[in-house]
Design a protein around this ligand. Structure first.
Ligand SMILES: Nc1ncnc2c1ncn2[C@@H]1O[C@H](COP(=O)(O)OP(=O)(O)OP(=O)(O)O)[C@@H](O)[C@H]1O
Ligand SMILES: [Mg+2]
Length: 291
């Protein structure tokens, strides 16, 4: 395996925290059909006021699967990720992550709304990378990466620094650790954001249009890091993107969302090359015309 971290930290992403095996792209073909679900939405409803944003959504992601969500603006793509990251609550339905209800807890055989403690625990399963990076502007790059491991995971400063070194190396920013976000390019900032998410050693990585606010010449460096993560680590990845070529390369499955529902899903070839649903065909046609 051609891993950029060719020493004992090779296993930092895939091994932690639940001892997953290192996988490679050869597994991708079977992953969609055979892996166990690590995320399951069951009839999930999300409303903002009177507007139903997710409409009894059923959705599953299997362990290690790389799933891309595409769809028009307002179709609910970010909402799916934000709900998983526990940034938005749901109105109805149940979501399971690693077999445990995310927004509920089981009490006396019944599902009741989750406590803050349960949500904090579940949040550790996931790391999220946002379109706008969302780095802490007053902290150095290193501190951005060590902050949550120290505060949330209670790692010692030394342990957290060791992790920061590993993940900053993974994203190619070892030499930038003492800088502040404002001193970095957008592509570098986004790579810090990826390192920061990985430093919590999540099982699931959520990417919400990670390259949409980058200058075109900086998109490639961020996509390269994500692609390497996808190929070399058995992370489960859920990615919202408009980079169709990239989606085609890294996804086991592509889901086309419209109006809070999955209209069509399948392999990248099925959805992006030979879409069956008129709505998907229209979306891709107008997308190609605009780009
Ligand atoms: N906090 C909020 N309050 C009210 N409405 C919201 C909120 N967040 C999202 N919405 C609405 O929910 C719908 C879905 O939003 P969401 O951000 O999930 O769409 P999206 O598919 O990610 O779109 P885009 O491609 O523009 O990012 C939109 O109509 C949006 O205006
Ligand atoms: Mg969005």
């Amino acid at each position: 395996m051609n891993n950029p971290m060719n020493n004992d930290n090779v296993n930092t992403v895939p091994d932690a925290p639940h001892g997953e095996d290192v996988a490679n792209a050869d597994d991708a073909a079977t992953r969609s059909e055979t892996g166990e679900p690590i995320i399951r939405f069951e009839k999930v409803v999300k409303k903002f006021g009177d507007v139903t944003v997710l409409d009894e959504l059923d959705f599953e992601v299997r362990k290690g699967e790389k799933v891309t969500i595409i769809g028009p603006s307002g179709s609910g793509k970010s909402t799916v990720l934000r709900i998983l990251m526990t940034l938005e609550n749901i109105n109805d339905g149940v979501i399971y992550v690693t077999g445990r209800p995310l927004w509920h807890e089981e009490k006396n055989g019944e599902l009741v709304p989750a406590s803050e403690e349960h949500l904090r625990e579940m949040r550790k399963e996931m790391g999220m990378v946002f379109q706008q990076f969302n780095l802490f502007p007053h902290m150095t790059v290193r501190r951005n990466v060590t902050e949550a491991p120290v505060q949330v995971l209670k790692l010692s400063k030394d342990e957290a620094n060791e992790r920061a070194d590993k993940y900053l190396e993974l994203v190619g920013l070892s030499d930038q650790s003492d800088k502040f976000p404002s001193q970095l390019s957008g592509g570098q900032q986004q790579r810090v954001a990826i390192a920061r998410a990985l430093a919590m050693r999540p099982n699931i990585m959520l990417f919400d249009e990670p390259t949409s606010s980058l200058d075109p010449e900086l998109v490639g460096e961020v996509l390269n890091v994500i692609q390497r993560l996808a190929e070399e680590h058995d992370l489960t990845m859920l990615l919202v993107t408009h980079e169709m070529q990239f989606a085609k390369q890294i996804s086991d499955r592509v889901c086309f969302f419209d109006k809070g529902k999955i209209v069509e899903q399948g392999t990248p070839d099925e959805v992006l090359v030979n879409p069956q649903e008129p709505r998907t065909q229209e979306f891709l046609k107008s997308f190609i015309e605009q780009h």
